[in-house]
Design a protein around this ligand. Structure first.
Ligand code: FE2
Length: 600
């Protein structure tokens, strides 16, 4: 059975193809259209998926859309009417922004793909999140918690899933919290208040929290009231997102927390305002974590299950995930590589397969690499035409050469195999660098990412070595598989991992399983042989405001436009002519002696 899953029209569209119960491919529209967070109907993603599997649309048994458009329409209309006349301006805007052509999705799918209406199915938004979390995790029974800004009505759901021995699958969502009461909207409101882009920069709030103290946690708690049944309500006097598209926080919010930050205003932690912004971030972060931990602990009590699957955009909050693991009573916490709406394309297709059609349970490969495969030959051709120095090497020579590059302080663009699904570069579209000096972090921010950041870059380490450098609780390595948890760097290593250690001593590490990305794993080993530390800085291969690179041509043009010294794709290595002369001499000397000592 061939099922196409689609998510679209809110944020980060994607398509995914499941054949005979197993994912075959999936890709976000932004990676193909090159428009960051592209929310358009994902025609390019669909086309690529079908082409990849050599399918014509007629061969599809079902096309599944990841939410119910009419329920969403119902929510927007109801909220608008409730808030009328205050909301009269918001309705057309909400229709345009959040809904757009969504209500007419069946017609759109049918006309674009030429599939009959009867083959088009809809899952609920949080069912898609739940399926993306549970059906991709290597567990047979688990509690499920999904939390995001909003889907149709639900903003948080709890339940459980089971893959039974007879092959049947059940996903039961027991309860939900409904819009406008939303942890995602609470966090996004602070994102907007702190002058960042909503739905984009939530991770900056989490990073800024590391510089602050939760001095305003009591104030933040006034915004969200816990209810006796274990749920919560937002005090809507502090918010405006439910009545207007102009602003998400109200004047009462400003009375409570002070004037908001303008997006162009620099955050200077030496000023009172700068510290207030950091304290605000720390306070809302604390409240988010406390609420999630409480709800997860209650769910653990209720289900008695050792495993928890987390889904929805809120599951990208690595600090909250780590606290849920440590404090809720669950032994293992699973977060998929794409817990947000892009992953819902895959979730919707799997949900339809297992639940709607009742097809037997199948193992889902436990990795994030579902997109197009990079072509090293294409890179060789492109760079050759430009007269750049290109070499094609076998694996061993390429790994050794790249390890030498990294030891010499060169920044490496690393493209390998199939593109990741989800926001994290997990080893196939990464920028790699030595993790030791804060100067490397600053160089990456200045010459490549063009950004001022509140979080340093993330480290990647072989799973067997993770515990040596990082303090992982029991079960912690699972959260680090897809960079879903933030954990302390061991004190004795912090100075030598300065480019990847946050101000509060933590890191959002990836503990790499050899099987998941063997070439990156070998590179870590080779780097470890040279330096004694098999740890690299790993950041997504993109410039600020651009999606992660997909094909060799995007890697190559990005390489030309920024301070990356070496580009590797497949077996091809390209080095900028300037890179060799630009590197500091003492670094070379250090690398040679380090290489010499490790070889002995
Ligand atoms: Fe969502």
């Amino acid at each position: 059975m061939k099922i196409l899953g689609i998510s679209a029209h809110y944020h980060d569209s994607a398509a995914a193809l499941v054949i005979d119960g197993v994912p075959v491919c999936a890709v976000q529209e932004e990676r193909l259209s090159r428009r960051k967070s592209d929310a358009a109907f994902p025609l390019s993603a669909i086309e690529w998926c079908l082409e990849h599997a050599s399918l014509e649309p007629e061969a599809l048994d079902a096309v599944v859309f990841y939410e119910r458009p009419m329920l969403k329409f119902d929510r927007i209309l109801t909220c608008t009417l409730r808030a009328f006349p205050h909301s009269w301006r918001a309705f057309p805007k909400a229709m345009k922004n959040s809904l757009g052509e969504k209500v007419w999705v069946r017609g759109i799918i049918s006309s674009h793909l030429g599939v009959p209406g009867r083959k088009i199915l809809f899952t609920k938004h949080h069912q898609s999140h739940a399926a993306a979390a549970f059906l991709t995790a290597p567990t047979r029974r688990a509690a499920i918690l999904t939390a995001d800004a909003v889907g149709e009505w639900a903003t948080l759901s709890v339940g459980h899933g089971e893959r039974r021995p007879d092959g049947a699958t059940a996903i039961t969502l027991l309860r939900e919290i409904r819009f406008p009461h939303s942890l995602g909207m609470l966090y996004s409101t602070f994102t907007a208040y702190l002058g960042f882009a909503v739905n984009e920069d939530e991770y900056k709030v989490m990073g800024l929290a590391g510089y602050g103290r939760p001095t305003m946690v009591d104030k933040a708690r006034q915004l969200i009231r816990r209810t006796p049944d274990g749920a919560f309500n937002l005090d809507l006097d502090y918010f405006e997102f439910h009545t207007t598209a102009e602003r998400s926080f109200s004047s009462r919010f400003v009375e409570l927390f002070g004037p908001p930050r303008a997006s162009y205003e620099p955050i200077d932690l030496d000023t009172a305002d700068g510290q207030r912004y950091a304290d605000c971030a720390a306070s809302v972060q604390r409240v988010l974590e406390d609420t999630l931990v409480d709800m997860a602990a209650a769910l653990h009590q209720e289900t008695g299950l050792p495993d928890l699957c987390l889904g929805g955009g809120v599951a990208l909050n690595g600090l909250a995930n780590a606290r849920i693991l440590a404090e809720s009573g669950f032994e293992r916490v699973f977060v998929p590589p794409a817990p947000g709406d892009a992953g819902c394309a895959l979730g919707a297709a799997l949900y339809a397969d297992r639940i709607h059609f009742g097809n037997p349970d199948r193992e889902v490969p436990d990795h994030p690499f579902w997109g197009p495969v990079v072509d090293g030959v294409e890179l060789a051709r492109l760079a050759g035409e430009d007269g750049q120095p290109v070499v094609e090497l076998d694996d061993r020579a390429l790994i050794n050469q790249t390890a030498d590059d990294l030891v010499a302080g060169r920044i490496v663009g690393w493209m390998d195999g199939a593109l990741e699904l989800g926001p994290r570069a997990l080893g196939h579209r990464s920028i790699l660098a030595a993790p030791h000096d804060a100067a490397m972090r600053d160089r990456l921010n200045r010459d490549i990412k063009y950004r001022e950041e509140f979080r340093p870059f993330a480290p990647v380490v072989p799973i067997e070595e993770a515990d040596r450098f990082f303090e992982l609780p029991p079960g912690g390595t699972r959260l680090t598989r897809f960079m879903s948890g933030v954990f302390p760097v061991r004190r004795e290593w912090r100075a030598r991992l300065a480019a990847v250690t946050h101000v509060d001593g933590t890191a959002r590490l990836q503990a790499l399983d050899r099987e998941m990305a063997p070439r990156l794993y070998m590179l870590l080993e080779a780097y470890g042989q040279r330096t004694g530390m098999p740890v690299l800085l790993n950041t997504s291969f993109n410039l600020a405001g651009e999606p992660i690179v997909n094909r060799a041509v995007e890697g190559y043009t990005t390489f030309l436009r920024c301070g990356i010294d070496v580009l590797v794709a497949g077996q091809t290595r390209v080095m900028k002519r300037t890179a060799a002369v630009a590197e500091p001499k003492e670094k070379i000397a250090w690398s040679r002696s380090a290489a010499g000592s490790s070889a002995g």
